[in-house]
Design a protein around this ligand. Structure first.
Ligand code: CO8
Length: 258
C-alpha cells in the first residue's frame, strides 16, 4: 500500500517504519496515525517480519499530536470521536517486538508513542518531553501513566508540570531508554538489535513480551505465576528442545517457531 506520511521497508525479517512529515517535525495527524496503524497491521500479518523498528528523522521522532489539526476541535468533537482512542491501541495490539529508534524530539504524543514500543534506543541528540501543559491540556495516550512507571513520580511530575525536556543522558539514567548511541549510529544499532531478536524463536519472543507487559497490569504473585506457567508451556515447543540441545551440542540453535 502506498503511504504519504510514513515510509515502510522490510528487509531481513525486520520492518522499518519511518514517520515522514519532515515539514511538521513528524507531528502526528490523523492521516499519519491511520497509515501507521495500517503498516503495523501489515507487519503483524507478514510472516517474514520478526521485529519492527519505529523511527523518525534525525531531527524529530515526533513532536507530538498535530496541534493545527487539534486546535479547532471542541470537547464534543473529541469526546464523541474518542480522539486518539483507537490510535492508542494500534501499537499495543502488535504482538511482535517493536523497537523505537528515537533521534531528536519525542514530545507529547511522540514521547507516548515511543513509550508504547517495547524499548527505546535513543540517539544522543534525543529529547523527550510531555509539554502538553503549555497548550492547556494533559497527555492523552498514556504519558501520565507510562512515563510515571518508567521514570518514577518525581521526574514524571516535573516533566508534566513544567513541560521541560529530558535529554538522552538523563532519559537513560532515569530508565526511560534502554541505551543511548551516537546519532549517526542510531539505525545501525537498532538494526543490530532487531536482527538479534529476529534470530530467536518467535514463540519465545511473544511470550517474553506478554510476560514483561503483564508486570504493569497485575500483582507480583499473579505476575510470577503467569511467568512460571508460560515457562512451563515452553516445554511443549520444539524450539525449547532445539535451544537446549544446541547449547549442549555447542552449536547455533535453528529455531523454527514450533
Ligand atoms: N503540531 C503541528 N506542527 C508542529 C508541531 C506539532 N506538534 N511541532 C512542530 N510543528 C511544526 C511547526 O509548526 C513548524 O511548522 P511551520 O514551519 O509551518 O511553522 C515546523 O513544525 C518546525 O517547527 P518549529 O519551527 O517550531 O521548530 P523549532 O526547532 O523552532 O522547535 C519544537 C521545535 C521545540 C519541537 C517546537 O516545534 C515545539 O514546541 N513543538 C510542539 C511540541 C508540543 O507541544 N508537542 C505536544 C503536542 S500535544 C500532544 O502531543 C497531545 C498528546 C495527545 C495524544 C497524542 C496522540 C497521537
Amino acid at each position: 500500500m502506498a503511504y504519504e506520511t510514513i515510509i515502510v521497508e522490510v528487509e531481513d525479517h525486520v520492518a522499518v517504519i519511518k514517520l515522514n512529515r519532515p515539514d511538521a517535525l513528524n507531528a502526528l495527524n490523523s492521516q499519519l496515525l491511520g497509515e501507521l496503524a495500517s503498516a503495523l497491521k501489515d507487519a503483524s500479518a507478514n510472516e517474514k517480519v520478526r521485529c519492527i523498528i519505529l523511527t523518525g528523522s534525525s531531527k524529530a521522532f515526533a513532536a507530538g499530536a498535530d496541534i493545527k489539526e487539534m486546535s479547532e476541535k471542541s470537547f464534543v468533537d473529541v469526546f464523541m470521536s474518542d480522539l486518539f482512542g483507537n490510535e492508542a491501541t494500534a501499537i499495543l495490539n502488535v504482538r511482535k517486538p517493536v523497537i523505537a529508534a528515537v533521534a531528536g524530539y519525542a514530545l507529547g504524543g511522540g514521547c507516548e508513542l515511543a513509550m508504547m514500543c517495547d524499548f527505546i534506543i535513543a540517539a544522543d541528540n534525543a529529547k523527550f518531553g510531555q509539554p502538553e501543559i503549555n497548550l492547556g491540556v494533559v497527555a492523552g495516550i498514556g504519558g501520565t501513566q507510562r512515563l510515571t512507571r518508567a521514570v518514577g513520580k518525581a521526574k514524571s511530575m516535573d516533566m508534566h508540570l513544567t513541560g521541560r525536556f529530558m535529554d538522552a543522558e538523563e532519559a537513560e539514567r532515569a530508565g526511560l531508554v534502554s541505551r543511548v548511541v551516537p546519532a549517526k549510529n542510531l539505525m545501525e544499532e537498532a538494526q543490530t538489535a532487531a536482527a538479534k531478536i529476529a534470530e530467536k524463536s518467535m514463540l519465545t519472543s511473544l511470550a517474553v513480551k506478554e510476560a514483561v507487559n503483564r508486570s504493569f497490569e497485575t500483582t507480583l504473585s499473579e505476575g510470577l505465576l503467569f511467568e512460571r506457567r508460560l515457562f512451563h508451556s515452553m516445554f511443549a515447543s520444539e524450539d525449547q528442545s532445539e535451544g537446549m540441545n544446541a547449547f549442549l551440542e555447542k552449536r547455533a540453535a535453528q529455531f523454527r517457531d514450533k
